[in-house]
Write a protein that binds this ligand. Sequence first.
Ligand code: AMP
Ligand code: GLY
Length: 422
Amino acid sequence: MNILVLGSGGREHTFAYQLAKSERCKNIFVAPGNAGTAAIATNVALSVTDFSAIEKCVVENHINMVIVGPEDPLVQGITDYFAETPSLKKVQIIGPSKRGALLEGSKERAKEFMMAHNIPTAAYASFTKASLEAGKQFLETLSPPYVLKADGLAAGKGVLIIEDISEAKMELEAMLSGKFGDASTTVVIEEFLDGIELSVFVLTDGKNYKVLPTAKDYKRIGEGDKGLNTGGMGAISPVPFADDVLMQKIEERIVKPTVNGLKKEKIDYKGFVFIGIIKVGEEPYVIEYNVRMGDPETEVVLPRIKTDFVDLMEATYEQNLDIMPLEIDERSAATIMLVSGGYPEAYDKGKKITGVENVSDSIVFHAGTKLEGNDVVTNGGRVIAVTSLDADYKNAIKKSYQNCEKITFDRMYYRTDIGFDL
Ligand code: AMP
Ligand code: GLY
Protein backbone atom coordinates (compact mmCIF):
# COMPACT_ATOMS: atom_id res chain seq x y z
CA MET A 1 0.00 0.00 0.00
CA ASN A 2 1.05 3.59 -0.62
CA ILE A 3 -0.28 5.80 2.12
CA LEU A 4 -0.45 9.58 2.45
CA VAL A 5 -0.76 11.31 5.81
CA LEU A 6 -1.96 14.93 5.69
CA GLY A 7 -0.48 17.33 8.25
CA SER A 8 2.82 18.40 9.73
CA GLY A 9 2.73 17.94 13.50
CA GLY A 10 3.67 15.42 16.13
CA ARG A 11 0.36 13.72 15.44
CA GLU A 12 1.26 13.10 11.81
CA HIS A 13 4.79 11.92 12.65
CA THR A 14 3.15 9.41 15.02
CA PHE A 15 0.78 8.22 12.27
CA ALA A 16 3.77 7.73 9.95
CA TYR A 17 5.69 5.92 12.71
CA GLN A 18 2.77 3.57 13.30
CA LEU A 19 2.33 2.92 9.57
CA ALA A 20 6.05 2.26 9.13
CA LYS A 21 5.70 -0.71 11.51
CA SER A 22 3.25 -2.43 9.15
CA GLU A 23 4.56 -4.84 6.56
CA ARG A 24 1.63 -3.86 4.37
CA CYS A 25 2.92 -0.35 3.96
CA LYS A 26 5.16 0.10 0.93
CA ASN A 27 5.58 3.86 0.67
CA ILE A 28 4.58 6.50 3.16
CA PHE A 29 4.09 10.11 2.13
CA VAL A 30 3.45 12.98 4.53
CA ALA A 31 2.22 16.35 3.29
CA PRO A 32 3.67 18.74 4.20
CA GLY A 33 5.42 16.81 7.02
CA ASN A 34 8.45 17.86 9.09
CA ALA A 35 12.07 16.81 9.67
CA GLY A 36 10.92 13.74 11.62
CA THR A 37 8.60 12.46 8.92
CA ALA A 38 11.33 13.09 6.31
CA ALA A 39 13.38 10.37 8.02
CA ILE A 40 10.72 7.65 7.62
CA ALA A 41 8.58 8.90 4.74
CA THR A 42 8.60 11.13 1.69
CA ASN A 43 7.51 14.68 2.45
CA VAL A 44 5.39 16.43 -0.16
CA ALA A 45 5.23 20.23 0.02
CA LEU A 46 1.57 21.14 -0.28
CA SER A 47 -1.14 22.78 1.77
CA VAL A 48 -3.58 20.40 3.47
CA THR A 49 -6.51 22.46 2.21
CA ASP A 50 -5.34 22.57 -1.42
CA PHE A 51 -7.52 19.71 -2.66
CA SER A 52 -6.36 19.81 -6.27
CA ALA A 53 -2.70 19.63 -5.19
CA ILE A 54 -3.61 16.67 -2.98
CA GLU A 55 -5.42 15.02 -5.89
CA LYS A 56 -2.34 15.42 -8.08
CA CYS A 57 -0.09 13.95 -5.36
CA VAL A 58 -2.44 10.97 -4.86
CA VAL A 59 -2.68 10.19 -8.56
CA GLU A 60 1.03 10.65 -9.33
CA ASN A 61 2.18 8.50 -6.42
CA HIS A 62 -0.47 5.77 -6.82
CA ILE A 63 -1.67 6.36 -3.27
CA ASN A 64 -4.24 3.86 -1.97
CA MET A 65 -5.03 5.40 1.39
CA VAL A 66 -5.11 8.91 2.86
CA ILE A 67 -5.21 9.62 6.58
CA VAL A 68 -6.28 13.18 7.39
CA GLY A 69 -4.57 14.60 10.49
CA PRO A 70 -5.98 18.10 11.16
CA GLU A 71 -9.59 19.36 11.17
CA ASP A 72 -9.39 22.10 8.55
CA PRO A 73 -9.44 19.88 5.43
CA LEU A 74 -12.24 17.78 6.97
CA VAL A 75 -14.38 20.80 7.80
CA GLN A 76 -13.73 22.06 4.26
CA GLY A 77 -14.97 18.77 2.82
CA ILE A 78 -11.93 16.80 1.69
CA THR A 79 -13.75 13.47 2.15
CA ASP A 80 -16.65 14.62 -0.03
CA TYR A 81 -14.12 15.87 -2.61
CA PHE A 82 -12.59 12.38 -2.77
CA ALA A 83 -16.04 10.77 -3.15
CA GLU A 84 -16.99 13.14 -5.98
CA THR A 85 -13.72 13.03 -7.95
CA PRO A 86 -13.46 10.08 -10.39
CA SER A 87 -9.66 9.68 -10.01
CA LEU A 88 -9.98 9.58 -6.20
CA LYS A 89 -13.14 7.52 -5.76
CA LYS A 90 -11.32 4.27 -4.96
CA VAL A 91 -8.83 5.85 -2.58
CA GLN A 92 -9.47 4.87 1.03
CA ILE A 93 -9.74 8.16 2.89
CA ILE A 94 -9.87 8.15 6.69
CA GLY A 95 -11.82 11.14 7.99
CA PRO A 96 -15.50 12.11 8.18
CA SER A 97 -17.56 13.80 5.52
CA LYS A 98 -18.21 17.53 5.73
CA ARG A 99 -21.50 16.90 7.56
CA GLY A 100 -19.68 14.74 10.08
CA ALA A 101 -16.90 17.30 10.49
CA LEU A 102 -19.47 19.90 11.55
CA LEU A 103 -19.41 18.27 14.98
CA GLU A 104 -16.11 20.11 15.38
CA GLY A 105 -16.70 22.90 12.87
CA SER A 106 -19.75 24.25 14.69
CA LYS A 107 -20.17 24.17 18.46
CA GLU A 108 -23.87 24.96 18.00
CA ARG A 109 -24.28 21.96 15.69
CA ALA A 110 -22.43 19.75 18.20
CA LYS A 111 -24.79 20.87 21.00
CA GLU A 112 -27.84 20.22 18.80
CA PHE A 113 -26.52 16.76 17.98
CA MET A 114 -25.99 15.97 21.68
CA MET A 115 -29.47 17.22 22.57
CA ALA A 116 -31.07 15.21 19.75
CA HIS A 117 -29.38 12.00 20.87
CA ASN A 118 -29.63 12.46 24.63
CA ILE A 119 -25.89 12.74 25.16
CA PRO A 120 -25.05 14.36 28.51
CA THR A 121 -23.60 17.86 28.11
CA ALA A 122 -23.78 21.29 29.75
CA ALA A 123 -27.02 23.26 29.37
CA TYR A 124 -26.63 25.98 26.74
CA ALA A 125 -28.19 28.54 24.45
CA SER A 126 -26.77 30.17 21.34
CA PHE A 127 -26.93 33.76 20.18
CA THR A 128 -26.16 35.99 17.21
CA LYS A 129 -25.77 39.76 16.97
CA ALA A 130 -29.53 40.08 16.52
CA SER A 131 -30.09 38.31 19.85
CA LEU A 132 -27.33 40.05 21.84
CA GLU A 133 -29.74 41.40 24.47
CA ALA A 134 -31.27 37.94 24.95
CA GLY A 135 -27.72 36.62 25.35
CA LYS A 136 -27.01 39.14 28.10
CA GLN A 137 -30.24 38.15 29.83
CA PHE A 138 -29.32 34.47 29.53
CA LEU A 139 -26.00 35.22 31.26
CA GLU A 140 -28.01 36.71 34.16
CA THR A 141 -29.74 33.35 34.66
CA LEU A 142 -26.41 31.50 35.08
CA SER A 143 -23.97 31.54 37.94
CA PRO A 144 -20.28 32.32 37.43
CA PRO A 145 -17.96 31.45 35.85
CA TYR A 146 -19.51 32.06 32.43
CA VAL A 147 -18.50 29.92 29.45
CA LEU A 148 -18.61 31.64 26.03
CA LYS A 149 -17.75 29.67 22.91
CA ALA A 150 -17.26 30.92 19.37
CA ASP A 151 -19.35 28.62 17.18
CA GLY A 152 -16.73 28.09 14.46
CA LEU A 153 -13.07 27.04 14.31
CA ALA A 154 -10.89 29.53 16.16
CA ALA A 155 -7.58 27.67 16.44
CA GLY A 156 -8.32 26.56 20.00
CA LYS A 157 -8.77 30.14 21.21
CA GLY A 158 -12.54 30.47 20.86
CA VAL A 159 -13.57 29.45 24.38
CA LEU A 160 -13.61 32.07 27.12
CA ILE A 161 -14.29 31.34 30.78
CA ILE A 162 -15.06 34.54 32.66
CA GLU A 163 -15.76 35.16 36.36
CA ASP A 164 -17.33 38.60 36.15
CA ILE A 165 -20.80 39.08 34.65
CA SER A 166 -20.19 42.52 33.17
CA GLU A 167 -16.97 41.33 31.58
CA ALA A 168 -18.85 38.29 30.21
CA LYS A 169 -21.46 40.61 28.65
CA MET A 170 -18.72 42.74 27.11
CA GLU A 171 -16.97 39.69 25.71
CA LEU A 172 -20.23 38.37 24.30
CA GLU A 173 -20.69 41.66 22.46
CA ALA A 174 -17.06 41.65 21.25
CA MET A 175 -17.37 38.08 19.98
CA LEU A 176 -20.62 38.80 18.16
CA SER A 177 -18.95 41.88 16.65
CA GLY A 178 -16.23 39.76 15.07
CA LYS A 179 -13.59 39.16 17.76
CA PHE A 180 -12.91 35.77 16.16
CA GLY A 181 -14.00 36.81 12.66
CA ASP A 182 -16.74 34.67 11.14
CA ALA A 183 -16.09 31.98 13.78
CA SER A 184 -17.94 34.06 16.40
CA THR A 185 -20.95 35.17 14.33
CA THR A 186 -22.77 32.73 16.60
CA VAL A 187 -21.78 32.29 20.24
CA VAL A 188 -22.75 29.37 22.44
CA ILE A 189 -23.16 30.22 26.12
CA GLU A 190 -22.88 27.24 28.39
CA GLU A 191 -23.34 26.27 31.99
CA PHE A 192 -19.94 25.85 33.68
CA LEU A 193 -19.14 22.28 34.61
CA ASP A 194 -16.79 21.82 37.53
CA GLY A 195 -14.82 18.62 37.24
CA ILE A 196 -11.81 16.83 35.89
CA GLU A 197 -11.17 16.41 32.17
CA LEU A 198 -10.18 13.46 30.06
CA SER A 199 -10.27 12.62 26.37
CA VAL A 200 -11.77 9.50 24.90
CA PHE A 201 -10.87 8.47 21.37
CA VAL A 202 -13.17 6.41 19.24
CA LEU A 203 -12.51 4.93 15.83
CA THR A 204 -15.69 4.41 13.86
CA ASP A 205 -16.46 3.05 10.41
CA GLY A 206 -19.92 4.62 10.53
CA LYS A 207 -21.54 1.39 11.73
CA ASN A 208 -19.21 -0.10 14.32
CA TYR A 209 -16.71 1.43 16.66
CA LYS A 210 -13.65 0.70 18.75
CA VAL A 211 -12.85 2.66 21.88
CA LEU A 212 -9.15 3.52 21.74
CA PRO A 213 -7.02 4.28 24.81
CA THR A 214 -7.95 7.36 26.86
CA ALA A 215 -5.58 10.30 27.34
CA LYS A 216 -5.19 13.40 29.42
CA ASP A 217 -3.77 16.52 27.86
CA TYR A 218 -2.14 19.50 29.64
CA LYS A 219 -3.34 22.54 27.77
CA ARG A 220 -1.77 25.52 29.49
CA ILE A 221 1.72 26.88 29.02
CA GLY A 222 2.65 27.19 32.69
CA GLU A 223 3.31 24.87 35.60
CA GLY A 224 0.22 23.98 37.59
CA ASP A 225 -1.82 24.37 34.39
CA LYS A 226 -1.67 28.16 34.57
CA GLY A 227 -1.27 30.78 31.86
CA LEU A 228 -2.24 30.86 28.22
CA ASN A 229 -3.84 27.97 26.38
CA THR A 230 -1.62 26.03 23.99
CA GLY A 231 -2.26 23.13 21.63
CA GLY A 232 -1.11 20.86 24.44
CA MET A 233 2.11 20.64 26.48
CA GLY A 234 2.08 16.94 27.29
CA ALA A 235 -0.18 13.94 27.66
CA ILE A 236 -0.60 10.68 29.55
CA SER A 237 -2.40 7.50 28.45
CA PRO A 238 -4.34 5.79 29.90
CA VAL A 239 -5.92 8.24 32.32
CA PRO A 240 -5.41 6.69 35.78
CA PHE A 241 -8.83 7.80 37.09
CA ALA A 242 -10.72 6.43 34.06
CA ASP A 243 -11.66 3.18 35.76
CA ASP A 244 -13.99 0.51 34.36
CA VAL A 245 -17.07 2.03 36.00
CA LEU A 246 -16.47 5.44 34.42
CA MET A 247 -15.52 3.93 31.06
CA GLN A 248 -18.70 1.87 31.01
CA LYS A 249 -20.79 4.98 31.64
CA ILE A 250 -18.90 6.78 28.88
CA GLU A 251 -19.42 3.94 26.42
CA GLU A 252 -23.14 3.51 27.18
CA ARG A 253 -24.16 7.15 27.57
CA ILE A 254 -21.79 8.86 25.16
CA VAL A 255 -19.97 6.60 22.66
CA LYS A 256 -22.91 4.42 21.61
CA PRO A 257 -25.41 7.30 21.27
CA THR A 258 -22.80 9.25 19.28
CA VAL A 259 -22.20 6.46 16.76
CA ASN A 260 -25.92 5.65 16.62
CA GLY A 261 -26.69 9.35 16.14
CA LEU A 262 -24.34 9.49 13.15
CA LYS A 263 -26.07 6.43 11.73
CA LYS A 264 -29.58 7.78 12.32
CA GLU A 265 -28.69 11.05 10.65
CA LYS A 266 -27.09 9.14 7.74
CA ILE A 267 -23.78 10.92 8.18
CA ASP A 268 -20.79 9.32 6.43
CA TYR A 269 -18.21 9.00 9.14
CA LYS A 270 -15.14 6.83 8.80
CA GLY A 271 -12.53 8.12 11.15
CA PHE A 272 -11.63 9.25 14.63
CA VAL A 273 -13.96 10.90 17.10
CA PHE A 274 -12.15 12.73 19.88
CA ILE A 275 -14.56 13.26 22.73
CA GLY A 276 -13.58 15.86 25.32
CA ILE A 277 -15.19 14.76 28.57
CA ILE A 278 -15.52 16.35 31.96
CA LYS A 279 -16.22 14.15 34.97
CA VAL A 280 -18.48 15.97 37.39
CA GLY A 281 -18.69 13.95 40.60
CA GLU A 282 -18.86 10.46 39.12
CA GLU A 283 -20.79 11.42 35.97
CA PRO A 284 -19.32 12.08 32.51
CA TYR A 285 -20.43 15.04 30.32
CA VAL A 286 -19.27 15.92 26.82
CA ILE A 287 -17.60 19.31 26.48
CA GLU A 288 -16.60 19.00 22.86
CA TYR A 289 -16.22 16.78 19.85
CA ASN A 290 -13.23 16.88 17.57
CA VAL A 291 -13.35 14.92 14.34
CA ARG A 292 -9.70 13.92 14.32
CA MET A 293 -7.08 12.68 16.74
CA GLY A 294 -5.63 15.09 19.31
CA ASP A 295 -2.12 16.43 19.37
CA PRO A 296 -0.21 15.55 21.63
CA GLU A 297 -2.72 12.83 22.61
CA THR A 298 -1.87 10.86 19.45
CA GLU A 299 1.74 10.64 20.63
CA VAL A 300 0.58 8.58 23.64
CA VAL A 301 -2.48 6.78 22.22
CA LEU A 302 -1.07 5.38 18.96
CA PRO A 303 2.17 3.90 20.32
CA ARG A 304 -0.04 1.75 22.60
CA ILE A 305 -1.95 0.24 19.68
CA LYS A 306 -0.40 -3.11 18.79
CA THR A 307 -2.85 -4.03 16.02
CA ASP A 308 -1.40 -3.57 12.54
CA PHE A 309 -2.26 0.04 11.80
CA VAL A 310 -2.89 -0.46 8.09
CA ASP A 311 -5.30 -3.30 8.91
CA LEU A 312 -7.08 -1.06 11.40
CA MET A 313 -7.42 1.85 8.97
CA GLU A 314 -8.55 -0.45 6.16
CA ALA A 315 -11.20 -2.05 8.39
CA THR A 316 -12.43 1.48 9.14
CA TYR A 317 -12.76 2.28 5.47
CA GLU A 318 -14.35 -1.07 4.59
CA GLN A 319 -16.71 -0.94 7.57
CA ASN A 320 -15.34 -4.17 9.07
CA LEU A 321 -14.34 -2.81 12.47
CA ASP A 322 -16.70 -5.29 14.17
CA ILE A 323 -14.50 -8.20 13.15
CA MET A 324 -11.21 -6.41 13.68
CA PRO A 325 -9.43 -7.26 16.94
CA LEU A 326 -7.88 -4.31 18.75
CA GLU A 327 -4.78 -5.13 20.75
CA ILE A 328 -3.53 -2.55 23.24
CA ASP A 329 -0.17 -2.38 25.00
CA GLU A 330 -1.00 -2.46 28.71
CA ARG A 331 1.87 -0.13 29.52
CA SER A 332 1.27 3.57 30.10
CA ALA A 333 2.61 6.24 27.79
CA ALA A 334 3.68 9.77 28.62
CA THR A 335 4.72 12.54 26.28
CA ILE A 336 6.37 15.89 27.03
CA MET A 337 6.29 18.75 24.50
CA LEU A 338 9.39 20.83 23.96
CA VAL A 339 8.32 24.27 22.76
CA SER A 340 9.90 27.46 21.46
CA GLY A 341 10.42 30.23 24.04
CA GLY A 342 7.56 32.72 23.74
CA TYR A 343 4.98 30.18 22.55
CA PRO A 344 1.92 30.40 22.44
CA GLU A 345 2.66 34.06 21.67
CA ALA A 346 5.44 35.24 19.33
CA TYR A 347 8.50 32.99 19.05
CA ASP A 348 11.51 32.57 16.80
CA LYS A 349 12.00 29.85 14.23
CA GLY A 350 15.12 28.39 12.65
CA LYS A 351 16.93 27.44 15.89
CA LYS A 352 19.24 24.44 15.53
CA ILE A 353 18.12 21.37 17.49
CA THR A 354 20.83 19.14 18.95
CA GLY A 355 21.07 16.03 21.12
CA VAL A 356 18.19 14.01 19.66
CA GLU A 357 20.67 11.22 18.83
CA ASN A 358 21.40 10.81 22.58
CA VAL A 359 17.82 9.93 23.45
CA SER A 360 17.40 6.35 24.63
CA ASP A 361 14.33 4.38 25.63
CA SER A 362 11.98 7.16 24.44
CA ILE A 363 10.47 7.96 21.06
CA VAL A 364 11.11 11.39 19.59
CA PHE A 365 8.16 12.71 17.58
CA HIS A 366 8.85 15.85 15.61
CA ALA A 367 6.24 18.64 15.45
CA GLY A 368 7.46 22.10 14.35
CA THR A 369 10.79 21.08 12.84
CA LYS A 370 12.34 21.21 9.39
CA LEU A 371 15.55 20.25 7.68
CA GLU A 372 17.98 23.01 6.77
CA GLY A 373 20.89 21.43 4.95
CA ASN A 374 22.06 18.74 7.37
CA ASP A 375 20.59 20.47 10.40
CA VAL A 376 17.22 20.00 12.03
CA VAL A 377 15.86 23.41 13.04
CA THR A 378 12.76 24.66 14.84
CA ASN A 379 9.83 25.61 12.62
CA GLY A 380 6.93 26.09 15.00
CA GLY A 381 5.79 26.72 18.57
CA ARG A 382 5.54 23.09 19.54
CA VAL A 383 8.78 21.52 18.38
CA ILE A 384 9.27 17.95 19.65
CA ALA A 385 7.27 15.47 21.72
CA VAL A 386 9.24 12.94 23.76
CA THR A 387 7.16 9.80 24.42
CA SER A 388 8.00 6.94 26.77
CA LEU A 389 6.26 3.71 27.74
CA ASP A 390 6.41 1.93 31.06
CA ALA A 391 4.24 -0.35 33.19
CA ASP A 392 4.06 2.52 35.71
CA TYR A 393 2.98 5.87 34.30
CA LYS A 394 5.23 7.67 36.75
CA ASN A 395 8.26 5.88 35.29
CA ALA A 396 7.08 6.70 31.78
CA ILE A 397 7.00 10.38 32.74
CA LYS A 398 10.44 10.12 34.37
CA LYS A 399 11.97 8.51 31.27
CA SER A 400 10.59 11.27 29.07
CA TYR A 401 11.96 13.97 31.35
CA GLN A 402 15.40 12.33 31.46
CA ASN A 403 15.47 12.35 27.68
CA CYS A 404 14.12 15.91 27.35
CA GLU A 405 17.27 17.04 29.17
CA LYS A 406 19.40 15.62 26.36
CA ILE A 407 17.78 17.79 23.69
CA THR A 408 18.63 21.47 23.30
CA PHE A 409 17.74 24.45 21.18
CA ASP A 410 17.83 28.17 21.88
CA ARG A 411 15.01 29.21 24.29
CA MET A 412 13.66 25.66 24.57
CA TYR A 413 10.93 25.38 27.22
CA TYR A 414 8.85 22.57 28.64
CA ARG A 415 6.60 22.04 31.61
CA THR A 416 8.13 19.98 34.38
CA ASP A 417 4.85 18.94 36.02
CA ILE A 418 3.10 16.83 33.37
CA GLY A 419 1.15 14.06 35.09
CA PHE A 420 2.07 15.21 38.60
CA ASP A 421 -1.58 15.89 39.46
CA LEU A 422 -2.67 12.30 38.82
P1 AMP B 1 -13.58 23.29 24.14
O1 AMP B 1 -12.84 23.92 23.00
O2 AMP B 1 -15.05 23.27 23.98
O3 AMP B 1 -12.99 21.97 24.54
O4 AMP B 1 -13.23 24.17 25.41
C1 AMP B 1 -11.89 24.44 25.79
C2 AMP B 1 -11.73 24.21 27.27
O5 AMP B 1 -12.63 25.05 28.00
C3 AMP B 1 -12.09 22.80 27.71
O6 AMP B 1 -11.02 21.93 27.55
C4 AMP B 1 -12.44 23.01 29.14
O7 AMP B 1 -11.29 23.10 29.95
C5 AMP B 1 -13.10 24.36 29.14
N1 AMP B 1 -14.57 24.22 29.04
C6 AMP B 1 -15.30 24.17 27.92
N2 AMP B 1 -16.61 24.07 28.19
C7 AMP B 1 -16.70 24.05 29.53
C8 AMP B 1 -17.80 23.97 30.45
N3 AMP B 1 -19.06 23.91 30.03
N4 AMP B 1 -17.53 23.98 31.76
C9 AMP B 1 -16.24 24.06 32.20
N5 AMP B 1 -15.19 24.16 31.40
C10 AMP B 1 -15.39 24.16 30.08
N1 GLY C 1 -4.60 18.60 22.31
C1 GLY C 1 -5.87 19.09 21.98
C2 GLY C 1 -6.26 18.96 20.58
O1 GLY C 1 -5.63 18.30 19.78
O2 GLY C 1 -7.28 19.53 20.22
